[in-house]
Ligand binder design. Structure first.
Ligand code: CMC
Length: 424
């Protein structure tokens, strides 16, 4: 299949590429050479920057798959570490492979003492994302390997190391904010449980003992399952802003952890991963169900920069499938985790109005993943300034998988867009 473009009477033919699924893609790689013209696409709304076999999204139907597996199935029936294995290895692990990978993550979760000391230098008021991105950048100083990408083993080591250490670094950032001593990982705990342990335990690994209760407060299975599902839902999302950042930095040949640190910074913004923190801040600002209407009015006003956080998506023009799963989880956990009923009431009212309002319907603005994650994270005792770090923990596997795909792609080039110059 070909597309014919006529410019100043000159007829040019360009191949149309077909993937396994998704829209066809016009291959314009020779366009500048042929015509001396660039294409113009700010925000890359019509541009495929690479080919990939990791994640598929059908935004019109609200479909998301990792390595061909629907997100609904992965969230329901597989733990997060197995989803990581799937993304990295293109197949779900056997029982033995699953145990082995889980064990590797436990062993690699520890942090070099020198890197731990970095946290002492941050002010307690520092945002956890600032500490996390700096610590991941510093990680490249501690593991300055020159990866041989023909060696799958060195890739596996690099990936497992960063996936395992990110929760530890996020927990360090959290505890630094409180000014309390950090807790090193417990090798006997699974990835997600370990993160909650590193957040909650007292120095020495003990838990708070509630007055009048015999057993010390620990970590409930239902909490681990909820957070594990949240990590799975965030694991990858094809060529979003942070992944594109990781690929762009990787395309220059920089250290993989430097690329991931750049991805963390890209994620921080409120239009992207930072939206989860902003959603709860916004719900708290609205404060009462009676104020919802006036905020909806502001969101619709073209002269007001106010946006309803947790609504809209560049790709999903239907319900975000991750949001659907989280809404179900919210309903399921409402009583068991004692979700904040005031915030839920405000959120439900916003959702109800937005889904029936002409402004939102016309623009296909549906609730996204960030609209629902915050209420659950709050019930897990996670403060809102740590929400985006939770997104980072889940997404790191996606970034390393995409990093490797780029490195193995013989067609990959340094990312170098051009511009429409309008200056003097
Ligand atoms: N509230 C009110 N109006 C909105 C919103 C919103 N949240 N999102 C988009 N619009 C309007 C926008 O004003 C524009 O209207 P008009 O056509 O009249 O100018 C129209 O919808 C299209 O918006 P856009 O900004 O051109 O769309 P985009 O694809 O460039 O942006 C977005 C997508 C996610 C950045 C945007 O919807 C947004 O800012 N949402 C709020 C932040 C948010 O929840 N982000 C999390 C995304 S999901 C997590 C992740 O994967 O990163």
């Amino acid at each position: 299949m070909k597309a014919v473009i006529e410019i100043d009477g000159k007829r040019l033919e360009y191949p149309i590429l077909e993937g396994t699924r998704g829209p066809k893609v016009l291959d314009i790689r020779t366009f500048y050479k042929d015509t001396g013209m660039f294409t113009y696409d700010p925000g890359f709304t019509s541009t495929a920057s690479c080919s990939s076999d990791i994640t598929f999204i059908n935004g019109e139907q609200g479909e998301l798959r990792y390595r061909g597996y629907p997100i609904e199935e992965l969230a329901k029936s597989h733990r997060y570490s197995d989803v990581c294995y799937l993304l990295l290895n293109s197949k779900l692990p056997s029982k033995e492979e699953s145990d082995e990978f889980d064990n590797e993550l436990r062993h690699r979760a520890f942090i070099d003492e020198g890197l731990r000391k970095l946290f002492d230098a941050f002010p307690r008021t520092a945002h956890p994302m600032a500490m996390l991105s700096s610590a991941v950048s510093a990680l490249s100083a501690f593991y300055f390997d020159h990866l041989d990408i023909s060696e799958d083993e060195s890739f596996q080591e690099m990936s497992a190391r960063i996936i395992a250490k990110i929760p530890t670094l996020a927990a360090f950032a959290y505890r630094r904010g409180l000014g309390i001593p950090i807790i090193q990982p417990d090798i006997d705990r699974y990835f997600t449980e370990n993160f909650l342990y590193m957040m909650r335990a007292y120095p020495g690994g003990k838990f708070h003992r509630e007055v009048g209760k015999k057993a010390p407060t620990t970590i409930r299975d239902i909490e681990v399952k909820a957070l594990d599902t949240i990590f799975t839902l965030h694991a990858d999302h094809e060529q979003n802003a942070s992944t594109t950042t990781v690929r762009t930095v990787a395309s220059t040949g920089a250290h993989p952890y430097a690329a991931i640190s750049a991805g963390i910074n890209a994620l921080w913004g409120r239009a992207h991963g930072g939206a989860n923190e902003s959603v709860i801040a916004q719900l708290e600002m609205i404060g009462d169900i009676k104020n919802v209407d006036s905020f909806i009015k502001r969101a619709k006003d073209p002269n007001d920069s106010f946006r309803l956080m947790g609504f809209g998506h560049r790709v999903y023009k239907n319900f975000d499938p991750r949001a659907k799963i989280l809404k179900g989880l919210q309903d399921q956990l409402k009583d068991e985790l004692n979700l904040d009923s005031r915030l839920l009431e405000i959120a439900n009212r916003i959702e109800e109005i937005a889904l029936s309002d002409e402004y939102f319907i016309k623009r296909n603005l549906y609730p996204n993943i960030d609209f629902y994650s915050g209420v659950i994270l709050t019930a897990l005792g996670i403060p809102k300034n740590l929400f985006t770090a939770i997104f980072v923990i889940g997404r790191t596997v996606g970034w390393v998988t995409q990093w490797m795909e780029l490195k193995k792609d013989p067609k990959a080039k340094i990312a170098r867009p051009r511009q429409l110059y309008i200056g003097k």
